[in-house]
Design a protein around this ligand. Structure first.
Ligand SMILES: [Zn+2]
Length: 346
């Protein structure tokens, strides 16, 4: 009898010990399980600390590999991430996930030319826009994307970035990824193209984006006309710049109207099931097509993936400096007009 009582007492003590150990070891895991791979800026942390405000859903950031590459970015800050605001549209297309690309060695994306990195799952799309920034059309594309709380990758032309830096800054400020698309949209695979000229087109394009943004561009590059010159490919690899082809060409530049662009993209997408979509924010019909196209994507159950880079591109100082001299501006001014020009008599 005494033995039985002792045994019961021992069982109870054991149960209590197990419960206490479980409480202290298991409960912190619940916090670790939350997706939290990037450190929040101070403003977000403060917001999170205030219990009254609901927390916005965090993006699910994925990293393609885990090579630390911090050393070379110290002197060139990347464009700051804009604060995340809640989406005003409850039925928005949104962004289903954000992927972070390690651009070491110049990985290629887009099945039209590169088959190795098949990271999109069924119904996932990446929106990409070339040839901007351009008045009216680029802001219209930005508005459509903003209305759907979604994000894209832009490949601006260097020259256009120097004509309309304020529009490119709007692109970056809206949280989109900004790569480059050469200085003058030259075909880097033509017979007349030399290695030096190709390098100049690539570097000057990135430097122009940097000058316009006042911050380092993303090391993402798309060849004009998707003309992949082998020497230029090798050069981009040596600069750790990811190369973008596409899975699905909208052929928006030759569409007769917006409806044709929507139909082309949706027909191809419904056949392929997913993909990186090539469009042009430079084109009027594309800007007009965006609201309807984004609605169709949502209705079709497609999800937008945003691509970012793990580290910004370090532009080459000689190209940065040459560009400033070429276009004869001292530097990209961030001063408001009112602080530069003042009416003193009327
Ligand atoms: Zn182009």
């Amino acid at each position: 009898m005494r033995n039985a009582l002792g045994l019961m007492l021992a069982s109870v003590v054991t149960a209590v010990v197990i419960a206490v150990v479980w409480f202290f070891t298991a409960s912190p895991r619940a916090q670790l399980a939350a997706p939290n791979t990037v450190s929040a800026p101070l403003s977000e942390q403060l917001a999170a600390a205030a219990p009254a405000r609901p927390l916005p859903a965090r993006d699910d950031v994925e990293v393609t590999s885990a090579i630390p590459a911090k050393s070379s970015t110290a002197s060139q800050p990347s464009a700051p991430m804009p604060p995340k605001t809640a989406c005003a549209n409850p039925d928005a297309l949104g962004v289903s996930r954000v992927v972070e690309i390690d651009t070491t060695g110049g990985p290629g994306f887009g099945f039209e030319h590169f088959k190795q990195l098949d990271f999109l799952t069924d119904k996932e799309v990446v929106l990409t826009f070339d040839d901007g920034p351009w008045p009216v059309n680029t802001p219209a594309v930005l508005k459509a994307l903003e209305d759907e709380c979604t994000r894209a990758v832009f490949f601006p032309i260097g020259k256009h970035a120097t004509y309309h830096p304020e529009i490119l800054r709007q692109v970056a400020a809206a949280g989109h990824t900004v790569g480059a698309h050469t200085w003058s949209h030259a075909n880097l695979n033509s017979k007349k193209m030399t290695e030096q000229l190709a390098k100049d087109e690539i570097e000057k394009g990135f430097s122009a984006v940097r000058l316009a943004l006042g911050a380092a561009p993303t090391p993402f590059f798309r060849f004009p006309e998707l003309q992949h010159g082998p020497a230029a490919m090798a050069y981009l690899g040596s600069r750790n710049v990811a190369i973008f082809s596409c899975d699905l060409d909208s052929f928006d530049f030759r569409a007769k109207d917006a409806a044709q662009i929507v139909n082309t993209v949706m027909t191809k997408l419904d056949k392929q099931g997913k993909g990186i979509i090539l469009m042009h924010d430079f084109q009027k019909h594309t800007a007009e097509a965006m609201p309807a196209l984004l609605r169709r994507l949502k209705a079709g159950g497609y999800k937008v993936v945003q691509m970012r880079a793990k580290a910004p591109l370090r532009t080459l100082p000689e190209y940065d400096e040459a560009l400033v001299k070429d276009i004869k501006v001292p530097t990209a001014s961030t001063r408001p007009v009112g602080s530069v020009v003042q009416t003193v008599s009327e």
